[in-house]
Write a protein that binds this ligand. Structure first.
Ligand code: AMP
Length: 292
């Protein structure tokens, strides 16, 4: 089947009904459009796990703070449709705000819990409420068997998994590794806001992560210091550098960990992260908890 576009709930259900009747597996990739190769990776991953591939394109107002870039967020709908067609997507769901928020701003929302208030949540206190609310609606409307989210937004991925678990959505969440440009910059729709000089400065994020990986055999403090050193030597305002376990808890020596960074380059706020394996100090046993 060629690419279908649904704008409303009835159009979405009409497009999905045949797939449901035939018990075909549905895969969903929620996006805000301005699609790039990072989104392609999510689409490719869901296509291997489903029969019908759905991409949602919706710039969700509730996940932007009042002083954030909702109004200027890049929008390229026709190019997005062409990209989806080329990637073998079956259905694009592109609702308007009234379709997604029929009761306006005052409706019921999803409370993210404590993990919504750390890292990104410090600078963006209402962000994850908006994200989880719209993801819950999309999961409810599309009812996919699998849904893909990028590790690029790592805290979002952890929170989506937690919501699916807490609210008992019957969907398998796929986490997809970050797609980067050759020089290390993580692909992001917001990269289009960067001029050449900003883009050079933006490389400090992935370089900080690489420095952290190199320092990982020496433990938590070494990782944080190495990442902070790189960021301190570059232009841009660092928001946070954090080292956690894969679930955003305390990191453990000898275990997989996540190094997360956020910084502002000119007016653009960028985030990046990587997994790494923390070394064991001489004489320590695997699984030791680090922290106060
Ligand atoms: P967005 O359109 O920016 O809201 O992103 C939609 C989905 O694509 C989210 O799950 C993101 O984490 C994911 N994504 C964005 N950029 C990348 C990237 N460079 N690599 C992998 N996934 C990404």
């Amino acid at each position: 089947m060629g690419l279908l576009v649904a704008r409303t709930r009835p159009e979405l259900q009409a497009a999905l009904d045949p797939a449901r009747e035939a018990c075909r597996r549905i895969g969903l990739v929620p996006t805000m459009g301005a699609l790039h190769a990072g989104h392609d990776a999510l689409i490719g991953r869901t296509r291997t796990m489903s029969d019908v591939s759905v991409v949602s394109i919706f710039v969700n107002p509730t996940q932007f703070g009042a002083d954030e870039d909702f109004g200027v967020y890049p929008r390229s709908f026709q190019a997005d449709l062409d990209r989806c067609a080329a990637e073998g997507v079956d259905l694009v769901f592109a609702p308007d705000v009234a379709t997604m928020y029929p009761d306006g701003a005052g409706g019921v929302s999803v409370e993210p819990g404590p993990l919504g208030g750390v890292f990104e949540g410090v600078t963006r206190p209402t962000h994850f409420r908006g994200v989880l609310t719209v993801v819950a609606k999309l999961l409810h409307l599309v009812a996919p068997d699998v849904a893909a989210f990028g590790e690029k937004d790592y805290q979002q991925l952890v929170l989506v998994r937690q919501m699916v678990n807490s609210l008992q959505f019957d969907v398998e969440v796929l986490g997809v590794p970050i797609v980067r440009q050759a020089d290390g910059l993580a692909l992001s729709s917001r990269n289009s806001f960067l001029d050449d000089e900003d883009r050079r400065h933006a490389l400090m994020l992935s370089r900080a992560l690489t420095a952290g990986i190199d320092a990982a055999p020496r433990g938590v403090d070494a990782v944080l210091a190495a990442a902070r050193d790189v960021l301190a030597s570059a232009a841009g305002a660092v928001d946070y550098v954090a080292l956690t376990d894969p679930y955003l808890g305390e990191p453990r020596l000898g275990q997989e960990a996540r190094l997360l960074v956020a910084a502002r380059v000119s007016t653009v706020r960028l985030i990046d992260n990587t997994s790494l394996r923390l070394g064991l100090p001489a004489g320590a046993s695997s699984g030791e908890v680090v922290g106060p």
